[in-house]
Design a protein around this ligand. Structure first.
Ligand SMILES: [Zn+2]
Length: 264
């Protein structure tokens, strides 16, 4: 670990993420200088927007290949960079007939685009975005949605936080049953709302704190995630585990707490 400063890039399309609270949280817990910057996608030049649009993933069963962007898609990507709230007009995972309709980006390709930020190793760059990041898993040979790409620059995908850890199985069954009857999924969402995060969820700031911790600890220790579910560095595969570690427990395990104490 060499960094002395953290630069956090905002995602303005999500007003429920309280940047002031995140800044206070970081300043209270770490000896680093904290800098907040505007949405990084607004800064991208044409060449990088081009790379960005080519990093989209539409085929989840094959490893990354450069996406062939149409002119219309490139123009839309340009607009998305200026106004990330346009992402709300794209198809959400839960509404998609086919997963290829969803805007997804290869997380490592995305990270490569932002490597230009690393002028020196004194700053850890953390990018918040509503773009859905995913990475290809060689083991089961398919792409999976990811909430966080832990490196420097690191990317935290707010859509990934909502979509990557799974919701309760019962919820999916109820939604399927409702759909089969031509009914809306609203009643199922209401019934299970305590068990998963939804879009525009007020609990998101607290959960983002946990993912920022994961990024910082990864860059300090070189180890990703903690096995202990009672630690905020736990890599949750289920929404209920995510809410448990981040909201109910809301602290680090003893081992990681000691590492934090030694920093200060
Ligand atoms: Zn831990």
């Amino acid at each position: 670990m060499n960094f002395k400063k953290i630069t956090l890039y905002k995602e303005p399309a999500l007003p429920e993420i309280d940047i002031k609270r995140l800044t206070d949280f970081l300043e209270e817990n770490f000896p680093f200088k904290i800098e907040i910057k505007d949405n990084i996608f607004k800064e991208l030049n044409i060449e990088n927007i081009n790379k960005l649009s080519k990093s989209r993933v539409t085929d989840i069963k094959n490893s990354f290949s450069v996406y062939k962007t149409s002119d219309i898609e490139f123009e839309f990507e340009k607009k998305l960079c200026q106004d990330s709230s346009l992402m709300n007009s794209t198809t959400k995972v839960e509404d998609a007939q086919e997963i290829s309709q969803v805007f997804m980006y290869d997380g490592f390709e995305l990270q490569k685009i932002f490597r230009y930020l690393n002028e020196n190793d004194e700053t850890l760059h953390i990018i918040l975005t509503n773009r859905l990041t995913c990475t290809f898993d060689e083991k089961d040979e398919r792409y999976h949605a990811r909430a966080v790409i832990c490196a420097n620059p690191a990317i935290i995908s707010t859509t990934g936080i909502i979509e990557a850890p799974a919701k309760p199985k019962e919820y999916y069954f109820e939604v399927m049953a409702l759909k089969a009857q031509g009914l809306d999924k609203k009643s199922a969402k209401e019934k299970y709302k305590e068990q998963f995060l939804d879009y525009n969820d007020e609990r998101l700031t607290k959960v983002v704190e946990g993912y920022i911790l994961q990024v910082i600890f990864y860059n300090i220790t070189g180890e990703s995630f903690c096995e202990d579910i009672e630690c905020r560095l736990n890599n949750a595969h289920w929404q209920k585990d995510l809410l448990f570690s981040q909201l109910e427990i809301s602290k680090l395990c003893q081992k990681h707490n000691e590492i934090l104490s030694n920093l200060n």
